[in-house]
Design a protein around this ligand. Structure first.
Ligand code: SAM
Length: 219
């Protein structure tokens, strides 16, 4: 990889200060990850100069890379440490997985659109992110063979949290997901406790649809 232009490091620092710290994200590991990952490499060349803006961007196939603040907020809500095994559903550009990979031990990520899956996989290799394991398929069913996970993150909006995913959480494990209708959702955080599940709501959000057996039907 070529060294990055200094302007991207400057834009990234501004992004962390103005969009993320200013809105109350405090976890040092999350802030450090957001400072380190070159977000501009996860979008097309034409959009590179907009990569550090306070909004989502298109990544092709009618999908998006999420707004930086949402990525930071969801990552903080997962409460990861260096031993965590995390499942992400919806690889997309690969940016969120790259952030998770800075903090956790291993990241398992699933994408249902083949071209996005292939592009993200290539980028993970180029960036030497060897603790990310990729899969092409329907992530709404989770990843049974690799379960249980310390944390599960859905980066696509679901009509409800799939039961099958809750079963793939370790005791004490956290799941974060946008849940709602096809247009707007609420970010939900569920913790698996000894005797059941505890749920908290983190606020409104807007994601593309989780499409699959336990999500929305194929368009
Ligand atoms: N995490 C991504 C990133 O950092 O760029 C953003 C994800 S984008 C908002 C949502 C992604 O979820 C899309 O790439 C979409 O194809 C994918 N997706 C939707 N339903 C899925 C499913 N059942 N299994 C796996 N991926 C799915």
């Amino acid at each position: 990889m070529e060294p990055e232009a200094p302007k991207y490091a400057r834009l990234r620092e501004e992004m962390v200060r103005r969009q993320i710290e200013a809105r109350g994200v405090t976890d040092p590991a999350v802030l450090e990850a957001m400072r380190r990952v070159p977000r501009h490499l996860f979008v097309s060349e034409a959009l590179r100069d907009q990569a550090y803006g306070d909004y989502p961007l298109p990544i092709g196939e009618q999908q998006t890379i999420s707004q930086p603040y949402i990525v930071a907020e969801m990552t903080q809500a997962l409460a990861l440490d260096k031993d965590s095994r995390v499942l992400e559903i919806g690889t997309g550009s690969g940016y969120q997985a790259a952030i998770l990979a800075q903090i956790a031990y291993r990241v398992f990520t699933i994408e249902r659109i083949r071209s996005l899956y292939l592009r993200a996989r290539r980028l993970f290799d180029e960036l030497k992110l060897f603790n990310i394991v990729t899969r092409y398929g329907d992530g709404s069913k989770g990843w049974e063979e690799e379960s249980p996970f310390d944390a599960i993150l859905l980066t696509a909006g679901a009509p409800r949290v799939p039961e099958v995913l809750l079963k793939q959480l370790k005791p004490g494990g956290r799941l974060v997901a946008p849940v709602g209708n096809e247009h707007t959702q609420e970010l939900v955080r569920i913790v698996r406790e000894k005797t059941g599940f505890r749920e908290a709501r983190l606020g409104g959000c807007r994601f593309v649809k989780l499409v699959g057996e336990h999500g929305w039907k194929e368009p």
